[in-house]
Design a protein around this ligand. Sequence first.
Ligand SMILES: [Mg+2]
Length: 269
Amino acid sequence: MNRTLLKNVKLFLIDIDGVVFKGNTLIENAEDAVNILQRNGVRTIFVTNNSTRSRNDLVHRLRAAGINVDSEDILTTAYCATQYVLALGLETTYIIGEKGLFEEFMAAGLTIVSENFERCDAVVVGMDRNYNYRKLSTAFKFIQSNAKFIATNTDATLPTERGEIPGAGAMVSSLEGCTQKKPIVIGKPNTYLMKLALERAKLPVKDCVVVGDRPETDIAMARKGGCLGIIVLTGVTNKKRRNEYPIHQKPDLIYSSLLELSKEYEKHR
Ligand SMILES: [Mg+2]
């Protein structure tokens, strides 16, 4: 793939974990990298499968790191799940998740029901470090009474500074196991985040590139959506093993970091 193809890109969809932050730590020079892209007139939208933080939390963290961003420039699976529920005209939801997921549903004006209700329109499941049998039983009851089963994402694990921990996929699989139903999945590798980003930026898919650290989610979404997919080696992928991936996860380009990619982009402007 010819690197000069980068010059036509007008929208960078930048994964957060493993590209900008590692856990709570800013990846070296990530703020410079984003600043280079922005001063060259590129729209940057940050995307994440992680549903535990609200967009407001992320705005604060990114701004504190020196990155110029508004909540309009951030698409989390928590926020995108609200957009999905609203688009279907659903109103009452039962949520398994953490603070960020609850905050987004409240901000969207959706009603969050408790276990005492008989039924609701949708069950939304994200990562929940206080998950238990009672929540599983409640979600099971609602899904059995025809609530839509929506997963923020199905990531098996979440990388932290202290190693990997079970991700949203663990909660989602337990519900799949008892309901024998498959959820609608909002997050990567599905293209719903990308679709919302393109609508927001009012740009066609050919102007877009996805930058991430995980071929099976970030690049798979780029492939499905039909745009360039770039891997940076600051996250879970740490060596240039482009040819080791199946075709639907194969990155077009690989850079050591977002900074190296930004500099290359600037050179081809
Ligand atoms: Mg990542």
